[in-house]
Design a protein around this ligand. Structure first.
Ligand SMILES: [Fe+2]
Ligand SMILES: [Fe+2]
Length: 297
């Protein structure tokens, strides 16, 4: 997949931005380099457990977290997993890939945002994980989405990262959704514009950056519009169920296909497949509360 720059993702109109926001941007921790290395590795046609281990083993703290997660009750293993190759065999590379991305970004996403309408049980983190999981399911079913499942998963994890910066500048939350207009009033930019800046700072591929930048305006994403539409739909589906706002998770409410018909057309997903899509998404989200408990130290 091409990672060259496109004009669309350079059109952020920097309004008058507060000096403290720029300072906060500077002081944001850098993204774990494993994420970039791992994204590159995933582009290869052949990708073995050994390649995986070579990247992961550079970060022993990450290895320890991965093994802790692999040994958690989530995977129902009767014997303990002591090494990465063992974990790959028992859990599977696909699941481990997701854990690598989630664990490597948790320093950024597993935070409490006080002024957005997330629940106190680290709703922001649950929302980020939920949108990542949902985007991945949608991308795999969308013939138009150009991002690989790893890329869209990372885009999902980081899609609202701009809110981390804005949170400190908002008036006290009243439990209501914070609009992008309110964000601009508070700091001069909305969370997608700030996210674009942050992701560029971290050298993430253009595909991911553009997708995150336009996850609320996918039609403006140029060549990346279908992928941005996937992320937008994931945001819409998770928003419908209040993922990250309601605790515990409740996925019981049906989502009528008409609600998202336009986006479905954009990503090439026929309406007849909607029930199947929602079933797959529910299957992927149903363990999220458990994931959260298992992660808790
Ligand atoms: Fe958003
Ligand atoms: Fe979101």
């Amino acid at each position: 997949m091409s990672t060259t720059s496109t004009p669309v993702a350079h059109d952020t109109q920097w309004r008058t931005v507060r000096f403290e926001v720029l300072e906060k941007l500077e002081s944001l921790p850098s993204l774990n380099s494993v994420v970039l290395e791992f994204l590159e590795l995933s582009q290869r046609e052949y990708f073995t457990a050994k390649d995986f281990e070579a990247v992961i083993s550079k970060d022993q703290a990450l290895v320890a977290r991965l093994l802790k997660q692999a040994n958690s009750g989530l995977y129902g293993r009767s014997r303990s997993i002591k090494s990465i190759p063992e974990a790959v065999v028992l859990i599977g590379l696909e699941s481990l890939k997701k854990i690598v991305f989630a664990v490597s970004t948790e320093g950024l996403t597993r935070r409490t945002l006080k002024n957005y309408a997330y629940h106190e049980g680290q709703g922001f983190w649950m929302h980020s994980l939920g949108v990542a999981q949902t985007s991945r399911v949608l991308a795999e079913m969308s013939p138009a989405c150009q991002l690989r499942s790893e890329e869209i998963y990372v885009a999902g994890l980081l899609h609202d990262i701009g809110q981390l910066i804005i949170d400190d500048f908002l008036p006290p939350g009243d439990g209501k959704h914070v609009s992008r207009r309110k964000e601009i009033e508070a700091v001069g930019l909305d969370h997608t514009e700030l996210a674009e800046h942050i992701l560029r700072q971290w050298n993430l591929p253009e595909s991911i950056t553009a997708c995150v930048r336009y996850h609320h305006d996918y039609e403006q994403a140029g060549e990346w519009a279908p992928a941005a539409a996937v992320l937008c739909l994931a945001e819409g589906v998770c928003g419908h169920w209040g993922l990250g706002r309601k605790n515990p998770i409740d996925l019981s409410d049906d989502i009528p296909v008409e609600k998202f018909q336009n986006i479905l057309d954009h990503i090439g997903l026929p309406a007849e497949k909607w029930d199947q899509v929602i079933w797959d998404i529910r299957q992927n989200l149903v363990g999220l509360d458990g994931t959260f408990r298992e992660y808790a130290d």
